[in-house]
Design a protein around this ligand. Structure first.
Ligand SMILES: Nc1ncnc2c1ncn2[C@@H]1O[C@H](COP(=O)(O)OP(=O)(O)O)[C@@H](O)[C@H]1O
Ligand SMILES: [Mg+2]
Length: 158
C-alpha cells in the first residue's frame, strides 16, 4: 500500500535546497527511495541538492558506468543508483552491490533513478527493498512537482 506523505513545488533550481532538507527530514535511516519521472525532470539534480544538504563534499554525477556510486563524506552515507542502463546481465551484480552496501551502512540513504528497471514483472529484485518513492513531474507552467510516497507505512503496521 502506498500513501502520500508530502508534496512540494520547485519553480526554479533555487527552490531545491529547502525541498531537499524537508525531504531528508522525512526519510529515516536505511530508506531506499525510487526517484521516478521522465528524462530531464530533475532526478539527478534532486540527488545533488540532497547531497549538498548533507554536506557531501564530492561532486555528484549520474553513475552511468557502474550504475552505483556511494558518498560517505557527508552527515549521512548516500548510495546513488541509476538503473537507466541496466542490462539483463547486470541485475545480479547491481543487486549484490546494493544489498551489500545497505548491510554496511544500515543508517544510509539509497537514492535510485529509474527504479522501475528493478521492478520488472519477471525479475522485481528491487521491490522488497524500496521504502519510498519520489514522483517528479513537470507541469504546464514548467514547475517541478515532487510527491513523496511512503511505500511501507501500512505494510509494517500490519
Ligand atoms: N527544480 C528545477 N527547476 C529548474 N530546472 C531544473 C530543476 N530540476 C532540474 N532542472 C534542470 O533540468 C535539467 C535536467 O535535470 P536532471 O537532474 O539531469 O534530470 P534527470 O536526472 O531526471 O534526467 C538540468 O539542466 C537541471 O538543471
Ligand atoms: Mg539523471
Amino acid at each position: 500500500m502506498k500513501s502520500i506523505t508530502e508534496r512540494w513545488s520547485a519553480a526554479t533550481l533555487a527552490d531545491l535546497p529547502v525541498i531537499a532538507q524537508a525531504l531528508l527530514a522525512q526519510l529515516p535511516a536505511g530508506a531506499v527511495v525510487g526517484l521516478d519521472g521522465p528524462m530531464g525532470v530533475g532526478k539527478t539534480t534532486l540527488v545533488q541538492a540532497m547531497a549538498q544538504a548533507l554536506n557531501i563534499s564530492e561532486r555528484v554525477n549520474s553513475p552511468t558506468f557502474n550504475l552505483l556510486h556511494d558518498y560517505t563524506s557527508g552527515t549521512r552515507p548516500v548510495l546513488h543508483v541509476d538503473l537507466y542502463r541496466l542490462g539483463p546481465e547486470d541485475s545480479a551484480r547491481v543487486a549484490d552491490e546494493l544489498f551489500d552496501w545497505m548491510d554496511s551502512y544500515p543508517d544510509g540513504l539509497t537514492l535510485i533513478e529509474w527504479a522501475e528497471y528493478g521492478l520488472a514483472e519477471n525479475n522485481p529484485w528491487l521491490a522488497p527493498a524500496l521504502t519510498h518513492q519520489v514522483a517528479l513531474h513537470c507541469n504546464a507552467q514548467d514547475v517541478r512537482e515532487l510527491t513523496l510516497y511512503d511505500l511501507k507505512l501500512f505494510a509494517d503496521a500490519g
